[in-house]
Design a protein around this ligand. Sequence first.
Ligand code: IPE
Ligand code: IPE
Ligand code: MG
Length: 225
Amino acid sequence: MHVAIIMDGNGRWATKRGMPRVFGHKKGMEKVIEAVEWADDRGVDILTLYAFSTENWARPKQEVDFLMNLLVEYIDRELRNLHEKNAKIRILGSPNGLPSICVKKLDEAVELTKNNTGLEVNFAINYSALSEVERAVKNIVTNGYDEDEIDIDLIKNNLYTAGQKDPDMIIRTAGEKRLSNFLLLQAAYSEFVFRDICWPDITWEELDSCVDEFNGRKRKYGGLK
Ligand code: IPE
Ligand code: IPE
Ligand code: MG
């Protein structure tokens, strides 16, 4: 099973507690660690986590800087553990514009875990689904494909998620009901599960309840089953 999560509501979680927004991001990172543990324990095949969108650069510099530092801190803290779990890390998104220290850490994480065969963890960082499509089209043109060679498989093989199955379920926390430029093509037949709780309040029980909701859905793919 491929589970993708739009981890939303860090800012609101902190604001509700009279704390600065970044406090919510800090707590949110703890929950990323927990979500990976959960996915590994539950036998999820792929876990995709939306960590930073290309639109998130529009936030105050201080918040963006905090998030970039948190990313480095996360890798420093968790990389060894992820590797021991046999997890394979992939980054969805562009390195352009990220601080060089982040790019270095992310490259290190991908390189170290590239031959691992367990849980695949995709971090969407500086990610935009629309830019991902643009990049795929450019790759295809650069590689000189003819019109009759272009099909959905070729396009999908030029996305960041090349070779991975599409998300079965996309979870979004904090009550918002939109994709916010996340996995547009890959979401063609994903089941959407929404929760009103903010990401820093996520628990294993809540994630299990999302899977239960997913299991209750009838996936018909346009047919009549
Ligand atoms: C999600 O929480 C984390 C990121 C986008 C990095 P938000 O920061 O969007 O929290 P809200 O939506 O403002 O509460
Ligand atoms: C989506 O959340 C991006 C991440 C969770 C990283 P946002 O908070 O940025 O999305 P909008 O602005 O509410 O659409
Ligand atoms: Mg938000």
